[in-house]
Design a protein around this ligand. Sequence first.
Ligand code: NIG
Ligand code: FE
Length: 434
Amino acid sequence: MFNSFYKALSTNFDLPLHKINKNMYTLITNIKELLQIRKLDEDKISGKAMKILPTIKNAYLIIKNDTIFDFGKMENIPTIEADKIIDAKDKIVLPSWCDSHTHIVFAGNREGEFVDRINGLTYEEIANNGGGILNSAKKLQETSEAELFEQASKRIEEIMDLGTGAVEIKSGYGLTLAAELKILRVIKKLAKAYPIEIKATFLGAHAFPSEFKDDKEAYINLICDEMIPAVAKENLADFIDVFCETGYFSPNQTERILETGKRFNLIPKIHVNQFTSIGGVQVGIKFKALSLDHLEIMNPQDIEALKNTDTMPVALPSCSYFLSIPYTPARKIIDKGLPLALATDFNPGSTPSGNMNFVVATACIKMKMTPEEAINAATINGAYAMQLSKSHGSITIGKKANLIITKLIPSYGFIPYAFGSQLIDTVIINGDTV
Ligand code: NIG
Ligand code: FE
């Protein structure tokens, strides 16, 4: 009945639209349910509020160029001459996923170690035998920048198809000055080549290279005296990360690295409490970390330390799934009033998957998060963990038009429920269909 109100402008012009220097409008009509409607100042959602996912049923949405221009109930649809009309009848529209923790720039794979684990070796045993991160670092050091870009491009294209519209990518498989810079330059090139929003993190402190096995201080010096200044000089990273863990970087070493990063305006995000709780959470809080990620092993003091801070806890359920380690205690975290974000951790060793749909489903199935909590965690809270909540993570006028249009599904609960199905019909990034 609303057809008379809008029509496709392209039919009215003889000139092709791209030749006309004008604003482009896309109208999405008959949306069964439009999810995650937020005000601009709602930068993150915490505690009980995570159970609420504000929506509009039977909605329209208008995109102007690359941004969300207007939305509302179909009965209030304005008269508009749209360049493109998408009928979303029986489909759900939501903001695209915000994946705040990945290591997408890596060389090759570690399928061999996967089989070793099936045959009984542990992740730790493999790492202690020179496998793990050091295995990936060796491969990456031998791979050219062009080849790395090629491999990472495929992964970026894959995650865009899976509905991710903003992503953080870490270095950390280089572990030499040259190789770390190589990764960060590839990240910068990816950010230029693709419409997806990309944030870069320097993770030189991912593992100790074997030549520093007996002089760990020397590697910390290399990170602080050479790597961090070089990264900052080329403006290659937004954030700095450390793998704070038994056998990797101690809380004291983490402090020194974050302190140096801070002097170069690199904001901290830490890998903490993946296998053991050794005080990394407290270091993160002390340094006002933007996010603390992993958190599989949390004691009550760790959860307490996160209260009344601006730090986003980030859970990585695909990593727990792949390594068969405990899941982050989401219920304990959220029920204490804290926020929680969900991310993939896409990397060759612990999580060879960048599928945020699977992450959302696994959070519901294994971490007892409700679909509302999981969607909040994978959109607005993920955006917060990348300092992107002003532009991404919700349906808000003025934010980027980064959207997922689902296939015909009965309700949004189907996204985690039908966990193995591909439920995405269309992905829109910056106003353009992917
Ligand atoms: O986040 N935990 C540290 N780093 C990665 C995995 C490293 C690897 O095995 O390559 C992670 O799980
Ligand atoms: Fe990680």
